[in-house]
Design a protein around this ligand. Structure first.
Ligand code: ZN
Length: 285
C-alpha cells in the first residue's frame, strides 16, 4: 500500500498520479489528513486491506506534502553505515549510533526549494526514513517492524559549519534550517517491497550520482534501531526516524563539495520513489 499526503488529505495511491481519498472511501471513518491515520494505523490497515479502492483523486507532484505532516518527533541517526563513518573521520560506533533531533520546523514535502544559509556549507545525505505506526517504548527487535507503518525517502540536509562549530557539535541545529527535512513522495508499507531490509538508495546532483548504497549495509537496520531508540525514548504514531546516510557526502570528498544555488538534488530509494530539491542563495546576515 502507498499512502500520500495530497494537499493535506490522505490518499491511497492506485498510480503515481491518482488514488482514492481516504475520508471519502472510508465514509468518514479515517482521515481526512494523514496524521489521524497513523493514530489508528492497525484499524486503517485492516480496512484498507479489505476495501475496494476506486480512484477519485488525480494530482500532480506539486500537491504532495510530507506523508506524515505533523510528527511529534523527528529522530536523526549519524554514522550508521561503515563507509560513511570512515569518510566523516569517525570510528564506527559500538553501541547505538549518534542520535539527534531534526526539529519539526525543518519538515517539508518531497519537492521543495531550499534556501542555502549565507556563509554555510550545505551537504546532502540521502536516507531511508521509517514512519512510526504504533507507540513504541521498550520494544524488542522482533517486535519493532510491527511498530513501523512504512518507509519513505528523506534528505537529511546538513549545514556543516554550524553543525560542527563550538566545543560540542550542534547536530540538531545544523540539520534543522527550513526545508532541511524533505520527505516523500509517499509512504510505502514494508509488504510492498521485495526486501524491506535491502533497498538501493542514492542521490544525484544535476544528474551526477554522488551517493549509491544499499540499506542492507546499515549497521543498525530499521528493527534494531527502533528497538534500541525505544529503550530510552517513546516513539509515537507519525514520528519519523531518519536512519542514516551511506557514503558519498560532500564533506567526505577531496576537495570538499557543497550544494550551490541553482543545483538540483534528486534522491531515490528502490520501490519507494524519489524526492527533488532545488537550492537558492539565502540573504546575508
Ligand atoms: Zn543523516
Amino acid at each position: 500500500m502507498k499512502l500520500a499526503n495530497v494537499d493535506g488529505r490522505a490518499v491511497l495511491l492506485t498510480a503515481e498520479d491518482k488514488g482514492a481519498d481516504v475520508e471519502t472511501a472510508s465514509g468518514g471513518r479515517f482521515g481526512p489528513g494523514p496524521a489521524s491515520v497513523y493514530e489508528d494505523w492497525a484499524e486503517f490497515r485492516a480496512w484498507a486491506g479489505a476495501a475496494v479502492i476506486e480512484p477519485d483523486v488525480a494530482f500532480t507532484r506539486a500537491q504532495l506534502g510530507p506523508p506524515s505532516p505533523t510528527p511529534r518527533q523527528i529522530v536523526g541517526i549519524g554514522l550508521n553505515y561503515d563507509a560513511h563513518a570512515a569518510e566523516a573521520g569517525f570510528d564506527v560506533p559500538e553501541g547505538l549510533p549518534p542520535t539527534f533531533a531534526k526539529f519539526v520546523s525543518a519538515l517539508a514535502g518531497p519537492d521543495v526549494e531550499v534556501v542555502l544559509p549565507a556563509g554555510g556549507n550545505v551537504d546532502w545525505e540521502v536516507e531511508l526514513v521509517a514512519v512510526v505506526g504504533r507507540t513504541a517504548h521498550r520494544v524488542t527487535g522482533a517486535e519493532a517492524w510491527d511498530h513501523v507503518a512504512g518507509l519513505t525517502v528523506g534528505q537529511d540536509l546538513s549545514e556543516r559549519v554550524s553543525q560542527l562549530a563550538g566545543p560540542a557539535p550542534q547536530f540538531s541545529l545544523g540539520k534543522s534550517f527550513p526545508n532541511f527535512a524533505p520527505v516523500g513522495p509517499w509512504l510505502v508499507t514494508p509488504d510492498e517491497l521485495p526486501d524491506r531490509d535491502d533497498l538501493a538508495l542514492g542521490c544525484a546532483i544535476d544528474g551526477e550520482t554522488v551517493q549509491a548504497g544499499r540499506t542492507r549495509e546499515l549497521i543498525f537496520p530499521v528493527a534494531r534501531l527502533v528497538s534500541a531508540l525505544s529503550r530510552t525514548i517513546t516513539l509515537y504514531p507519525g514520528d519519523l526516524v531518519f536512519t542514516g546516510t551511506p557514503s558519498g557526502v560532500g564533506m567526505g570528498r577531496t576537495p570538499k563539495r557543497f550544494l550551490r544555488p541553482g543545483e538540483r538534488l534528486v534522491s531515490r530509494i528502490e520501490g519507494i520513489g524519489e524526492i527533488r530539491q532545488t537550492f537558492t542563495a539565502g540573504p546575508e546576515d
